[in-house]
Write a protein that binds this ligand. Sequence first.
Ligand SMILES: [Zn+2]
Ligand SMILES: [Zn+2]
Length: 1018
Amino acid sequence: MPSTKKNTKPDKKRAVRKPPAQPIKRKAPAKPTARKRSAPIKPAPLKASVKPKVLKPQAISVVKTAQALVVKSETSLMKVPAQAEKTAPDAKPESAAYQPEIIEPKWQKAWDQAGLYRAVIDRSRKKFYALTMLPYSSGDLHIGHWYAMTPSDARARFMRMRGWNVMFPVGFDAFGLPAENAAIKRGIHPKKWTYSNIDHMRGQLRAMGSMWDWEREAVSCDPEYYRWTQWFFIQLFKHGLAYKKLSPVDWCPNCNTTLAREQVWGDDRHCERCETPVIKKNLDQWFFRITKYAEELLDFAGIDWPERVRTLQTNWIGRSAGARVSFRTEADDPLEVFTTRPDTLWGATFMVLAPEHPLVETLTTPERKAEVAAYVQQALRQSDIQRESADKEKTGVFTGGFAVNPVNGVRIPVWIADYVVITYGTGAIMAVPAHDRRDFDFALKYGLPILPVINRTDGLTKSFALAKTMKPGLAEALRAEAIPFEEREGSLCITIPAEKIDRYIEIARARLQPGCWNEIVGTRWQFIFDDGVCDWDSIDSEQEILARCQELEPNVRGKRSLMEMVWSLEFYRDALFHDQNGEMIHSGEFSGTPGAAAVKKVAEWLTVRNAGGPTVSYRLRDWLISRQRFWGAPIPLVRCPVHGQVPVPEDQLPILLPDDVEWKPTGESPLKLHPTWARAKCPVCGGEAERETDTMDTFMCSSWYHLRYLSPKNDRAAFDPAEYDYWMPVDCYTGGIEHATMHLIYTRFFHKACRDMGITRGPEPMLQLRNQGIILGEDSEKMSKSRGNVIAPDVLVKKFGADTVRAYLMFFARWDQGAPWSSTGIEGTHRWINRIWGLAANAPKHTSAPADEHAARTLTRATHQTIRRVTRDFERFEFNTIISGLMEFTNTLYKYRETSLYGSPEWEQAIDSLLLLAAPVAVHMTEELWRRRKGPQAESVHRQAWPVYDPALAAEDEVTIVIQVNGKVRERLKLPAGIGKEEACTLALANEGVKKWLEGKTPRQVIFVPDKLINLVL
Ligand SMILES: [Zn+2]
Ligand SMILES: [Zn+2]
């Protein structure tokens, strides 16, 4: 691997210049192993001069105790390069026992000092930008962070050993509400709280042993960071991608403040602090125009992102093609709606507006004012999610106003209902109850007319012939016509085949009792009266038919619509509603238009009629970026009475958050309460102006952190273009699927917007994405403090060492799926780690058992097969099988450990391979063992090339070949791998198990798939 070779030189220099790592006063390890024999690790084949290592004076004083010196001189029997005395990375006695508490901090420090993980541009090498989602500065790294980060780290290390120049940075998402809550609770400034959290978390992150490049650390609440967050805001503003508009926020009328989403509690949505039900209030707020990119965000070409994330984003963006339709109110106000089904326009029997819709006031008639106002109030208290929820009972009120349907001039009532939200589409819908489930339920509930205008595609047609309404002989007639029916208490439930509907009408008419009727529903909507057949084909005819039925039958006089009347018959229900794309009916000149062409044809016709036209609508809304909070990046604009919104000149950035603020539990941002902070001069005229007191959503900070990692200390630009050219785009991004619809859309939008502003390049910021699953508590429940099932990684590291925690997190579940934690499981993994240690650090007691050629071959094969398997599994992020593969290999090694194979070249290669393959997982232990094996001057195991397998050596000696006779599996034979057709056939034909299926015949044809299959065709 050329890359590691290249790397060795400068680093050796660095290592040589480095002063001894050990301070003189350092104590010897707590338990220097005083075991009598600590076996030499590489006995026989060593030719290098075996001489005791000369320790530097200081180093000797470090290892003063007699035992320590013994250990030292023993282990120095390893291959020691000539200048060993110059610098040992860490002069300390080597223990025969596995002591993670000693080796882990030792290597973390040594790597840090050697700059082992610094990512530096090297244009001669291919780069790999490995990114894992940055943690929020909560103050505590939990097991979920470990689960996300350590396999990501292992994967990055794998890529590095495979020759890539890998960058793996880390930072902190450090703005946000919890810091403010802590400030109110404890009276400390959020800054102080946040930075002390970060300090603690840095220590926790170091304990992972991950290959973080700390020189690239970025913290989003650093003024050097948010200066550029503000700069990006200004660029978006200048390009028309940031704008201000009135938008509802949750507002506590008692506390007189806006509330964040997480401060609104319970189903009744009350204020977290005072329990008053919250209301929605319109505030002037900032938005990013993400909807401009809706279409492009649906395109995932060229990026390798999980199907699940792509689906979540696609649904979130929610593209639907349809039409705009301009209705008009009776006062001639335009009332525009969006519909995906313009072909159902003739079936629009009422309209529904969102309660916030601006026309509600003018439409509402005086006598309905009070009821409408009360309804609007309760609707405003709910969230959009609650309002749109599918299982919520639909409610609404009539405004008293009417609108005119542009396709047929029909006057239809206008209602308001909370299931229509102002932020989607136009905040108004045309209701087509016959073909929209929600509208259907609503219309039935409120007795509004329902008119079918699309034919069913399944042809289901029904009629119910009530006993007393028909003359005798109907059943016989139907039977004679082969029209199926079922008799229930003298009445007939008839399902009419499509081609017999006309015939049925004749039969029914002939047998109708005077003063009665019979109806057909499904694909025909007709009422048969004794004087003729009436079509239910318009709102008017619906009313006429209903009136006639009510006149004839007192029982149906309470029904408000014809549909309500037929709906009361259970037998009809499956034939009354559908939302299929069938042929248009009851639609004037469009009746008969086939379903496939209907949407397009009507949409185009609307354009011609100047009543709308084809359009595409998205569920995605513009990104509300304003927060009425303190602990966030201030929005860098001032409002001048003359010049309006003016961006702060870029050389005046950052607009700093003030330190001298008072924390009052008012819920109001201290920026608003600060006596002077908001005062500013207008950059244009120098007159008095007012600073924006809203801060930015923290998702803005995390939309570009991967760019700040490129050059976190750069004070001339958000990032250094040379670093961008080399490292971007991110090659592999890892993190939780819960970010599928927010962060992962925002960062794609941000990149595309920056590309269009000439700041970034290329279509996407992150080429590959992989998500981890969730670790549950040992009780299979979500981890939570209240359940007491939280697993604390720090405790585990103390008990087992970081390497065990890392390995277990990779092993216990499929990474993308997660699983419940298991404390016995981690102990098993810990035993495995100890077994590797035992293999490589200590010699066996006996090595006398003979091992033959075959054993050597088997061991070599196991080595190469393990390399093949682990390599493949790393490529696929299948971490659990990496560990199980290494566990199996460890077992194989133990099998040969006490044989004469021990110490042979095959043995040494196997141990080296095991350490190299385990290096990305057990990062500290493998480093310790590697250096012990190779000598203190050896290069780090993490700078070694990934082992390469030899397919010939990995090949099995024997393969199982399936024998088929006439295509049926009859036998399985173990044969030498690579066996030829002729030889294999001879052996197969001679096999007793095969013979009995041949019945003495000679096969006509033999199909042979090498190493897999023989099919004997008789
Ligand atoms: Zn309150
Ligand atoms: Zn001005």
